[in-house]
Design a protein around this ligand. Structure first.
Ligand code: GLN
Length: 493
């Protein structure tokens, strides 16, 4: 039998329906691949027994011609999603040993549709980071390497376990989350597809909160079609999340292959940053040419408040994080350090439980929310957020259907190469992605080429609210036009 981990999610689905193989065979192939790939450190917890039990149940359904949209398909779950009875840590020491008694709505939706869980994927601690180096469980290593180098390359962050596992065929697809770029940047760094849907499209219930007004769930997959299939199952209204939207979920897969003729694509002037690498500029121009060739109309647009997005994000996100993370006190979840009194217990637990980047965010967040600074920082950042959203509204009102930008300012870098001396160097990774979270819009990243040193590069499409279908159609047009990105031979086992 050919290696079942080489299939796309759609091919695996069709193969199961046609009884070419069973879910147990498909799942076993992935369980074995996961077991061989320890050097990537993509999974924090592996659940092979659970996976095979779920696969058996799926096979029984498939044998009767029953089963949901994802019946029998093995997936990885970012360890930010609470999973009933399976440790959920957000890659933090403070949650080590926390076993939720409930299941997040998004993962419940996946199991409802028949998906199989392979385990919990590594991430930056509390989803704060762009390289997966802040995880308490150690960094994830990308399956990609630079030409003629064995330096360990980062898979992006915070969903770096998800992107590395999908790229290295350690699952058919993975869940991820995106607060400032954490689905799209890791997808770009690993040559995979990631979509952050419109804010409210997926329920946030049961996902460990980072910055609640920005967080969104979404998939990382190997093709645009696979991402569309996964999103359909993940999305939907949930009474347990009042910010989730009560609107029907389209069959996103129908958008694959739809014509993009006449679609108006905005090219925002302000994204052409000073000192932008020629390689990224050329990739962007190439994307424009592909969409034009597919029949789209290209229009230059202006999003004048873009330059304020990154500083405003790094006020709003830490502010919300400092409030969300107040609940980790050593009493209710995970780690507890005893102290001479209750305050001492809180302080000792939090000092030991949180890593350096998380502590930095909490300090920034409490500072910008404190009396005397609230107006100068937090309130001003919220005003900027409104202006950023208005820039996009005006572009869409003028007839633009979607916006094309680079996904990241550079290809992936090596471990330890960025941000160790100055955290802002790491934050600059998010320059093209945070605007989308600030405005609550959908954003899709598709692989589009390789850098001069042989690493993947991605393009980003930003859509109108709840028009993910347009992004899937346009994304597939780029996917069809772009050179196929082929991962080098597996070196990780
Ligand atoms: N890199 C960004 C941050 O560290 C985004 C993270 C995310 O989207 N979760 O805040």
């Amino acid at each position: 039998m050919t290696d079942l981990t080489r299939l796309t999610l759609a091919q695996a689905r069709d193969g199961l329906k046609a009884k070419e193989f069973t879910s147990v065979e498909l799942t076993q192939a992935h369980v074995d691949a996961v077991a061989r790939a320890k050097s990537l450190n993509a999974y924090i917890v592996e659940t092979p027994e659970k996976a095979l039990d779920m696969a058996k149940a799926s096979d029984a359904k498939l044998a009767k011609g029953e089963g949901g949209a994802l019946e029998g398909l093995p997936l990885g779950i970012k360890d930010l999603y609470c999973t009933e009875g399976v440790q959920t840590t957000a890659a933090s020491h403070i949650l080590e040993g926390f076993i939720p008694q409930y299941e997040s709505t998004v993962t419940s939706n996946l199991w409802r549709d028949g998906a199989v869980m392979l385990g919990k994927l590594n991430l930056d601690e509390f989803a704060m980071g762009s390289s997966n180096e802040t995880s308490y469980f150690g960094p994830v290593v990308s399956p990609w390497r630079r030409k003629n180098s064995d330096a360990k390359i980062v898979p992006g962050g915070s969903s770096g376990g998800s992107s590395a596992a999908v790229a290295a065929h350690l699952c058919l697809g993975a869940t991820a989350t995106d607060t400032g770029g954490s689905i799209r940047q890791p997808a770009a760094f690993t040559g995979t597809v990631g979509i952050k849907p419109t804010y409210g499209r997926c329920s946030r219930w049961g996902i460990v909160a980072f910055a609640s007004s920005l967080d969104q769930a979404g998939p990382i997959a190997r093709t645009v079609r696979d991402a569309a299939i996964m999103l359909r199952s993940m999305a939907g209204h949930d009474v347990k999340d009042t910010t989730s939207v009560d609107a029907p979920v389209p069959d996103y897969e129908q958008a694959i292959g739809a014509s993009v003729k006449g679609k108006v694509i905005g090219i925002p002037r302000e994204y052409r940053l000073d000192g932008m690498s020629p390689e990224i500029a050329a990739l962007w121009d190439q994307g424009v040419a592909w969409l034009k060739a597919a029949g789209a109309e290209i229009r230059e647009i202006s999003l004048p408040h873009t330059k304020h997005a990154l500083p405003a994000y790094y006020i709003v996100a830490p502010a919300e994080a400092s409030s969300n993370l107040a609940r980790y006190d050593g009493i209710r979840y995970g780690l507890r350090k005893t102290g001479k009194d209750i305050v001492d217990l809180y302080e000792k637990t939090r000092a030991e439980g949180f890593g350096k980047e998380v502590r930095r965010r909490i300090m920034i967040g409490t500072y910008v929310l404190s009396a005397g600074y609230y107006d100068a920082y937090y309130l001003r950042a919220q005003k900027i957020r409104t202006l950023i959203k208005r820039d996009f509204d005006l572009a869409y009102e003028s007839g633009v259907d979607a916006i094309l930008t680079p996904a990241t300012p550079s290809p992936a870098f090596a471990q330890g190469e960025k941000g160790s001396a100055d955290p802002v160097e790491m934050y600059l990774n998010d320059v093209f992605t945070v605007t989308v979270n600030m405005a609550g819009l959908p954003g899709l990243v598709v692989p589009a080429g390789l850098s001069s040193d042989g690493l993947p590069l991605g393009l980003q499409l930003i859509g109108r609210p709840f028009e993910e279908e347009t992004l899937f159609s346009l994304g597939e047009a780029i996917e069809q036009a772009a050179p196929k990105i082929v991962l080098p031979e597996p070196w990780w086992g």
